[in-house]
Write a protein that binds this ligand. Structure first.
Ligand code: GRF
Length: 214
C-alpha cells in the first residue's frame, strides 16, 4: 500500500535527489513511492539520473518568463497529475533554484521540505558555505526544514553539524556538508513517511525519539 507519494524538484546535479531515491529503494519496508522528478532546467543532470538509474518519471518545466503562480500553478498541476496531492503527497526541494510563492506553499502546507547547506537560521540564501567561511564560523552544517513563505525560514526538522577547518575552501566545505546532507535528507523523508513529524508552531517534534537523541 502506498502511504506517501513523493515529488522531487531539482535544478541541477541532483545528488540529494539521488540519495533520497537510493534510500527508498534500499529500504524494503519503505512506504514512499517516488512519483515524479521535476526540473525548471531541462538540462539538469538529475533528470537523467532519475530516469535512467531509478526509472522515475521526469518532467522539465522551464521557468523563463513565468513568475509566481504562473509558474507554480504548472508545478502544482504536474505534481497532482502524478499523484503528489496536497492530501497525501510530499514535495522535496533538492537544489531547486526557484522560490515558491505563497499560493503553492499554502496549498502544500507542511508538505514541502527543503535542504539548506548551513545550520539555520545562520547563513540563509545563496552561497551558504561561502558565507560560513567568510563569517569565520567554526561550525556549519546542514538543515532540513519545512518550507514556509520565507526564504529558508520554515520549521527545522533535522540538522547536522560539520566543522569548518582553517584550510577549508568553499568547495571543500561544501563537499563535506554535502556528505552530511545525503544522510540527513533521506532520514527526514523517512520520518515524515512514518508519520513521526509533528509541527507545533516553529517546533518540529520527532515522535518516538528518545530524549538522548537516538
Ligand atoms: C545542496 O547543497 C543543497 O543543500 C542546496 O543545493 C545543493 C543541491 O545539490 N539546496 P544537489 O543538486 O542535490 O547535488
Amino acid at each position: 500500500m502506498t502511504v506517501l507519494d513523493l515529488g522531487i524538484l531539482i535544478s541541477g546535479r541532483g545528488s540529494n535527489m539521488e540519495a533520497i531515491l537510493s534510500s527508498i529503494i534500499n529500504d524494503k519496508s519503505s512506504q514512499v513511492t517516488p512519483q515524479i522528478v521535476i526540473s525548471d532546467n531541462a538540462e539538469a543532470q538529475g533528470l537523467r539520473i532519475a530516469a535512467e538509474m531509478f526509472g522515475v518519471p521526469v518532467l522539465a518545466i522551464p521557468g523563463r518568463g513565468l513568475r509566481g503562480w504562473e509558474y507554480d500553478s504548472k508545478l502544482a498541476a504536474a505534481l497532482e497529475q502524478h499523484g503528489v496531492t496536497p492530501a497525501k503527497g510530499l514535495v522535496c526541494l533538492a537544489g531547486f533554484m526557484r522560490l515558491l510563492g505563497p499560493e503553492f506553499v499554502r496549498r502544500y502546507s507542511a508538505r514541502i521540505m527543503n535542504i539548506h547547506p548551513a545550520l539555520l537560521p545562520a547563513f540563509p540564501g545563496l552561497h551558504a558555505q561561502r558565507q560560513a567561511i567568510e563569517y569565520g564560523a567554526k561550525v556549519s552544517g546542514c538543515s532540513v526544514h519545512f518550507v514556509d513563505e520565507g526564504t529558508d525560514t520554515g520549521p527545522v526538522i533535522l540538522q547536522r553539524a560539520v566543522q569548518v577547518l582553517e584550510s577549508d575552501t568553499e568547495e571543500s566545505l561544501a563537499s563535506r556538508i554535502l556528505y552530511a546532507e545525503h544522510e540527513l535528507y533521506p532520514l527526514a523523508v523517512r520520518l515524515f513517511a512514518e508519520g513521526r513529524l509533528s509541527v507545533e508552531g516553529r517546533r518540529v517534534r520527532i515522535l518516538g525519539q528518545s530524549q538522548t537523541g537516538a
